[in-house]
Structure formats: C-alpha cells, structure tokens
Design a binder for this molecule. Structure first.
Ligand code: PFF
Length: 444
C-alpha cells in the first residue's frame, strides 16, 4: 500500500498515546474490583508477575508487528504472513475490541453520570452511596443515553485522526489524573483505620486466595495493558523508525501499574476506614464488584472539604482517561474496516459506532450480558490473542526482522543475552504459562 499512514509527532507523544490507551477504567475501576475479588496482596503479586513475564514482552511484540507492517491488526498478519491463516488472529482482535467496547462504554457512561451528579450536588445530597449506584444500575434508559453520548464522543475524536485527536488529549490528561490520584491516596491513607486497607493490599493472606487467581490476574494484566487484541499493533503502526520499542513498553507498563496500584491505595484504605460493617468488610468488597469505585470514592470525597469539587474533578479526569482508551479501542476497529474493506474512515467509524451502541444497549439492560462480555474478553479472548502473538513473533517471524525492529536497525544496543531472553520468553515461557493458566483457571 503506497498510501501515506499517519505517525506520532514526538517521543513523548508516543508514550502518552500508548499509556493513554493502557491507563483507563481498567486501572481505576476494574483493577480494584478484581483485587478485592482476588483477595488483595496475593492477587497483586501474581498480577505484577504477569506484567513482567508476559506484559512487557508481548507489548514489545505488538509494537514490533505494527511497525514492521505499518498496517491494521489483520492487515499486519496479512502482510507479514501472506497466504496463511494468521490473519484470523487479527480478526479475532477486532472482534475482541467490539466485545470490550460493548461493556466498557457503559462504565464510561457511569463516569459521566457521576461527573454531573457531582457538579449538580445531587451526589452529596444522598446519604446512601450504595443505593445511589443501585438506582443507576436499575435505570437502563439512563445508562443507554450516557453510553451513547460517550460512544459518539469517541467517534468524534476518531474522525479527527491520529495526531491531533489522540496525542493532544493524552498528553494533558494523564499527568493531571496521576496528580489527583496522589492527592486522594494521601487523604485515604491518613484516615483512621486506613492501615487495615493497606494490609489487605500489601500483606499476603492465604486465607483469601481463590483457585482462579492466576487466570484473573493474567486477564487483568492483558486488559490493563491493552494487549492481546492488536491495539498496540495498531499504535505501533504509527511509530516512526526511531521509537525505541523496548523502552516504550517498559515505560508504559510501569506507568500503567503505578496508576493501578495507586487506585488501590485510594480505594482500599477508604473502604476499610469508612465502612459501617467492619466485620464483613472483606465479603462486602468481594460482593461490591463493579460498584466498588462508584460507592467507595464518593464516601471518601464526603470526608473531604470541598467534596463536590474534588469529586467533579476526579470523575471528569476519569472520563478523559477512559476516553483515551475508548479511542484506542475504536481505532482498532475503524482502521481495520477502512484498510481491509476500503470503506471510508468516516463510514468505518459510523459502522463501529452503531455496533458498539447495540452491544452497549444489551449490557445496560442485563448485568449478566455485561459480565459475559467482561469475562469472555479479559479472561479468554485477550489471553488467546496474546498466546498467538507470542507464537507469531517467537516462531513464525524471521528473527532478523525481529532484531532490526528491536534495535532500530542496529542503532540501539542490547546485549545478546537480552535478545535471547526475549525470544525464550516468547517461544516458551509466555505460551506455556498462558496455556497452563488457562487449563488451571478454567478447571478451577
Ligand atoms: N487498557 C484499557 C484500560 O485499562 O482501561 C482498556 C483497553 C483498551 C483494553 C484498549 C484493550 C484495548 F485494546
């Protein structure tokens, strides 16, 4: 294809855009609820192991495939492995993008509802934050309206193209969100009894461990790093020849993990300190599920002077962080339709938007449908995609191409030990571990 593809403008733009995709509701909404469900510290330890052993190597691999092919997910496999079935891995990725957006956009809608409830003062007029969240859950029409608004907002950014839309937004919002989380974390850990929350987060307690902890943590790692569906392939296709793939992957993974852990440091100390039923707090956390963030945080803000302002600022930044993730999700689908079927970018965006709104509507009506999309994408589709990408780069791709991409054509220096370790991780460690975790997790 001789058509000129966009590239990211600056180095900081590259990291910001990839980190913008990674950091989102996955870190601030899903990570705490998975951590609660997974029993705290042990879940976090397994999670960090997954980031190191699959997350970083697989992110490098996705970037590499994207930049080597300069194409969308399915096109990348078609170009690098012509006339093979590998293109199905790319197509699975596009499908996964749809499935994720089908429930993610609903949660994005919740962030907008909470933003406006904070601004209007409604949120701090209620006494029972848990009932307030249940009211929203029981109101599909309201959820649908806000889900549609968020989807349209995403589509709007997609139409502006890569550089302007994604890069500009990510550069400003991410640091702000990080700062705000820091402030909230400080407030949370200085509450009375906050230390129990910190213990839950950082002191391993075997009595809370579940047999599915490995599968849960692995799924969360893929989800949080935007891996396994070709999102980072698509972003990698916009990188220029000087972008350092390994360094970028390490930076994005560190940032993403910091935000997730920081969100935990905000939520758990608050939950333990502010509960009215300390005896059942761990069970309540597990049962809290998707509501955890939307119930515990307003309780925390309620303890702070100027609660409305903090709360509005937080939900606004959260919505923006979610937006940089939905942009990356929708970009995968749009550029696939655009490049593979030669549909205009505008029409591709429209198609993606309609598809997402249909799925999102079902998710708003049925929490079990919502859960099916959540579980099947994070715990099945993304890890399967990850398994195939590691096999593709480890076994199928010409090792010379891998070397050229990793070292930017010999300009970056890595020892041979480093390159060998990377290949061993991709060939053996990641695929076998993913398979083992699958079998163990699905049996458990
Ligand atoms: N990583 C995003 C988050 O943590 O919120 C969600 C996500 C975005 C998953 C893009 C997958 C993806 F391709």
């Amino acid at each position: 294809m001789s058509e000129k593809r966009a590239t990211f403008a600056s180095k900081i733009g590259v990291v910001a855009a990839a980190a913008g995709s990674a950091v989102g509701l996955g870190n601030i909404w899903r990570f705490p609820s998975q951590t609660a469900d997974g029993g705290g510290a042990i879940f976090i330890m397994v999670y960090i192991g997954c980031i190191l052993f699959f997350g970083i190597p697989l992110m490098v691999s996705e970037f590499l495939v994207g930049r080597a092919s300069r194409a969308n997910t399915a096109g990348a496999y078609r170009k690098l492995a012509p006339a093979t079935q590998w293109k199905w891995v790319g197509r699975l990725g596009v499908l996964t993008g749809f499935v994720i957006m089908g429930f993610y956009m609903v949660v994005c809608g919740w962030t907008l509802v909470y933003f406006f409830q904070s601004l209007s003062g409604h949120l701090y007029g209620v006494t029972d934050f848990s009932a307030n969240f249940t009211d929203l859950q029981n109101n599909p029409a309201k959820q649908i309206v806000w889900m549609i608004i968020f989807t349209l907002l995403t589509a709007f950014f997609i139409l502006f193209g890569v550089k302007k839309g994604i890069e500009r937004s990510a550069k400003i919002m991410m640091p702000l969100l990080f700062l705000l989380l820091l402030v909230l974390a400080i407030r949370a850990v200085t509450l009375d009894n906050a230390v129990q929350g910190l213990d839950f987060l950082f002191k391993p307690d075997l009595s809370h461990v579940k047999s599915t902890v490995f599968l849960d943590a692995m799924g969360q790692a893929f989800f949080s790093l935007s891996l396994g569906m070709g999102c980072m392939i698509t972003y990698g296709s916009y990188f220029n020849d000087n972008t350092p793939l390994v360094k970028t992957s390490v930076q994005v993974s560190i940032l993403d993990t910091l935000v997730a852990v920081l969100a935990g440091v905000v939520i758990f100390p608050s939950a333990f300190a502010l509960t009215t039923n300390p005896g059942t707090i761990v069970d309540d956390l597990v049962a809290g599920g998707p509501g955890l963030l939307f119930i515990t945080l307003p309780e925390l803000f309620n303890q702070m002077a100027g609660s409305m302002i903090w709360s509005a600022l937080f939900f606004c930044l959260l919505a923006l962080a979610a937006l940089t993730s939905t942009i990356s999700l929708m970009e995968v689908v749009t550029v696939y339709l655009h490049e593979e079927y030669r549909i205009s970018r505008r029409k591709s965006t429209l198609l993606a938007t309609v598809g997402v709104i249909i799925l999102g509507t079902f998710s708003s009506f049925s929490s079990s449908f919502f859960n099916i999309l959540d579980v099947s994408s994070a715990k099945i589709m993304l890890p399967v995609g990850g398994l195939f990408i590691s096999l593709f780069v480890g076994w199928y791709l010409d090792q010379k191409l891998v070397y050229v991409q990793l070292t930017n054509n010999g300009r970056l220096n890595f020892g041979t030990g480093f390159l060998k370790t990377y290949i061993i991780l991709l060939r053996y460690v990641a695929p076998l571990a993913i398979l083992a975790i699958f079998i163990y997790g699905l049996a458990g």
